[in-house]
Design a binder for this molecule. Structure first.
Ligand SMILES: NC(=O)c1ccc[n+]([C@@H]2O[C@H](COP(=O)([O-])OP(=O)(O)OC[C@H]3O[C@@H](n4cnc5c(N)ncnc54)[C@H](OP(=O)(O)O)[C@@H]3O)[C@@H](O)[C@H]2O)c1
Length: 319
């Protein structure tokens, strides 16, 4: 039985993915921010799937002390972790810059630093699995042409102390988790652990949780029926695929930018990596991984053919 640690398990895509993983026979360590959603989700999943093995945990991912305490408890169990799934994410709407308990800009803290810290602390348990996966939920919103403020990661101001904008904070964070994923894969190359990222597509039904008023009504009632929307079911199928599909065994350093197909693209064509000037913007759309369309809902095909598009190299860290 595979053990999966999944964050964001209390609601949204993380909650549904946790249920699908439990139904697929995994032991799921379901992490939510607080006790009530964690235990409620675990109970609901056990009610729906009598054989499900779901263990609720609560960790506020904006608190590094809580992340450390959780990781220490997991490590103390001396059990392997097969999949570490970073699903939790925050998208602020207020123009007021919020700080975490550690005094860090909250979007950066939850979306980037939490996966970084948790992965590092859980490496001993990932190392114990015969073949482990670290999967991080990214977003293609950082790509050129997306609505709102463009991505602009300034290494002189990573916490947006100057000119905070919630949109930019989110896009920057989702670009940064791609860098994290690619760099993690590079550093783990000699170990049987892979790191990949997946964008679920635009899923209004769950994204609505970060909205209010008229926008909330639009996101819950109208947008799920638009052709550009991805359903919760399709989005979570692609998340489960990244966590479990055998075609991804040993394949890392990839980003799947479309819920409807697999073929995660090799790094780092999705985006620029930090450049010498310390700022970074995504490259032109032509150099992004998958396209932005969500047409069709076919289950992702095998990625075993996912190779460097230019044929320059063959390994999972090609290009
Ligand atoms: N929906 C989309 O269109 C879309 C598109 C691209 C990427 N994504 C990404 O997909 C992931 C899941 O999003 P979703 O659509 O399911 O949104 P969601 O319903 O808002 O879920 C976000 C999850 O993150 C958790 N979370 C936020 N801050 C946390 C913290 N400090 N500590 C612990 N947990 C925290 C939330 O827990 P609480 O209930 O406690 O807040 C919730 O479970 C996110 O990473 C999001 O950025 C979503």
């Amino acid at each position: 039985m595979k053990t999966v640690v999944i964050t964001g398990g209390g609601r949204g895509l993380g909650r549904v993915t946790a249920e699908k993983l439990a139904a697929a026979g995994c032991r799921v360590i379901l992490v939510a921010r607080s006790a009530t959603p964690a235990t409620a989700a675990a109970q609901e999943i056990r009610r729906a799937h009598t054989d499900a093995v779901v263990e609720p945990r609560w960790v506020d991912l904006s608190s590094q002390a809580q992340i450390r305490a959780f990781a220490e408890a997991v490590i103390r169990q001396h059990e392997p972790i097969d999949v570490l799934f970073h699903v939790a994410g925050v998208m602020q709407t207020s123009r007021t810059r919020r700080l975490s308990a550690d005094g860090l800009e909250e979007t950066l803290a939850v979306n980037v630093l939490a996966p970084y810290l948790l992965t590092g602390l859980l490496l001993p348990a990932l190392d114990q699995a015969p073949s482990a996966r670290v999967v991080t939920v990214s977003s293609r919103l950082h790509l050129p042409g997306s609505r709102g403020e463009p991505v602009d990661f300034d290494f002189a101001d990573p916490q947006l102390e100057h000119g905070y904008n919630p949109d930019r904070a989110y896009k920057n964070s989702k670009l940064a988790v791609l860098w994290f994923t690619y760099e993690l894969q590079r550093r783990l190359a000699s170990r049987p652990i892979t790191a990949n990222a997946v964008c679920p597509g635009f899923v209004p039904s769950t994204a609505a949780a970060s909205t209010h008023g008229a926008m909330h009504a639009l996101m819950t009632l109208l947008m799920p029926h638009m052709p550009f929307a991805t359903s919760v079911d399709a989005a979570t199928e692609s998340l489960v695929f990244m966590a479990l599909d055998p075609s991804l065994d040993g394949v890392g350093g990839r980003s799947s930018a479309n819920a409807t197909r697999s073929s995660p693209a090799p790094s780092p064509s999705t985006s620029t990596e930090p450049n010498a000037s310390g700022t970074s913007r995504p490259t032109s759309p032509a150099s992004t991984d998958s396209d932005d369309s969500d047409a069709g809902n076919a289950r992702p095909a095998s990625t075993s053919t996912a190779r460097c598009p230019g044929g320059r190299c063959s390994g999972p860290l090609s290009c």
